[in-house]
Design a protein around this ligand. Structure first.
Ligand SMILES: [Zn+2]
Length: 429
């Protein structure tokens, strides 16, 4: 079986509306993106159009919605658009916004799913990233609790209980699949209690909320002429939210997720736990340890800048780690009293990780050496300081004979520190 490919949209699409919580008008535009971009939001209304990656590390608030932020720039209520993108199998896309929050639409993900379906989804030239839950895990966060177990696909089941005649106990369970999602989940709307509306508004939330973009519940029934789309629309919407919040994992999930009274706060705690289990397992089983790296790379102290390789797919991708300690020789002079890892050495380390990928794909690597011929689109996003562990993920974009084009991204704690495209050639020593 061939490995599933990463996917993006075939074309851009846009939508206008009002944010549910901020009440701010916004235009949202989905823009196709390169492999390894992930899902990123771009605030085009702000100076420099800053981007905020949809990652667990960037979550800054989970009160009634999930808010992400990076360098002080935020996007509110990202879970519905994220849910629609994840369910459609979109790995790489830039979500442009000219305001702080995506349009609420009708309170469901229906408009987003329609946009994605009308644009179409295309495969890209890179294998999709997966997180496979290897051992069952449980998370409890206030009233929410979760159990996740290994599975060959992705399923989400939700149980809720509300003391309201239209809700009571509800259970919904779905396979996360593009067609099932579009039919059964996308149109399930968010809901709120009329009795809470004033309290929410006084906290600055629900400013754009109305019976047009949420199911409004009175003490005994539905507000004015609201009609339910499904009797269990409430539980279905919670499924939609879980899929959206777990979209912050930045990879496709293989797991069976069972959620009891899920909340955004709980969903994000669950995403953190899944990620932490995944990273611990990868660390516990390095694919190459330092002794093996020394056999492949000609570099030696102080110029060997890779400590461990934790993931590897032949001729495709590699993940290597560099632990940055205060003992690094470059910190002595860069800068006295204010240690910062030189940006060019971060890129050198990324190049060495990429070099390992190439060396392993050729015969007699001990007689060869990797030369870098070009660097493009080099960006340094954040400083690296002692105590940081840089995780370099390098992906092959193209291999032709002995020449390869690769894209690398270095992150510390989920935040991008540097990225670059590299062209390298294998030559005889
Ligand atoms: Zn929701």
């Amino acid at each position: 079986m061939t490995h599933p490919r990463q996917q993006t949209l075939s074309a851009a699409r846009e939508l206008e509306g009002t944010g549910l919580h901020t009440g701010a008008p916004a235009r949202l535009r989905l823009v196709p993106a390169d492999v390894q971009t992930g899902i990123r939001f771009r605030r085009i209304d702000l100076e420099g159009s800053p981007e905020i990656a949809a990652t667990v590390a960037n979550v800054v608030d989970t009160d009634r919605g999930t808010t992400i932020g990076e360098n002080g720039h935020k996007v509110h209520t990202i879970e519905h658009i994220l849910s629609a993108l994840v369910a459609a199998g979109v790995d790489n896309v830039v979500v442009e916004l000219d305001g702080p929050e995506p349009p609420a639409g009708d309170g469901s993900a229906r408009l987003f799913t329609e946009m994605i379906e009308s644009a179409g989804v295309v495969e890209q030239d890179a294998p999709a990233k997966y997180i496979e839950v290897a051992e069952s895990l449980s998370v409890t966060e206030r009233d929410s609790s979760y159990t996740v177990s290994p599975a060959s696909g992705y399923e989400v089941s939700v149980s809720i209980r509300f003391d309201h005649p239209l809700i009571g106990r509800q259970f919904a369970s779905y396979e996360v699949d593009r067609g099932v999602y579009a039919r059964e989940i996308a149109s399930a709307r968010t809901f709120g209690f009329l009795s809470e509306v004033e309290a929410l508004r006084s906290r600055g939330l629900g400013q754009g909320g109305s019976p047009r973009n949420a199911i409004l519940l009175t003490d005994t029934g539905l507000y004015e002429d609201t009609e339910l789309r499904f009797p269990d629309e409430f539980a279905r919407h919670k499924v939609l939210d879980v899929i959206g919040d777990l979209g912050l994992l930045g990879a496709r999930l293989k797991a069976n997720v069972v959620a009891l009274r899920p909340s955004h706060r709980g969903n994000v705690a669950l995403a953190r736990e899944i990620l932490s289990q995944h990273e611990k397992r990868a660390l516990a089983r390095p694919i190459l340890d330092i002794q093996q790296i020394l056999q492949y790379l000609p570099h030696r102290y102080p110029f060997l800048l890779v400590d461990r390789v934790v993931e590897y797919e032949e001729r495709k991708r590699i993940i290597g780690l560099k632990n940055v300690t205060m003992n690094e020789p470059f910190f002595q002079g860069h800068f006295p009293g204010q240690p910062i890892m030189p940006g060019v050495l971060i890129v050198e380390a990324m190049g060495q990780v990429g070099g390992l990928l190439l060396m392993d794909s050729i015969e007699n690597p001990e007689e060869k050496i990797v030369y870098f011929m070009a660097l493009d689109n080099v960006k340094w996003r954040r400083p690296v300081t002692p105590g940081d562990q840089i995780r370099f993920e390098v992906e092959v974009l193209q291999i032709r004979g002995r020449t390869a084009r690769m894209k690398g991204v270095g992150t510390v704690d989920g935040h991008v520190v540097a990225e670059a495209e590299m062209m390298a050639r294998v030559v005889d020593k």
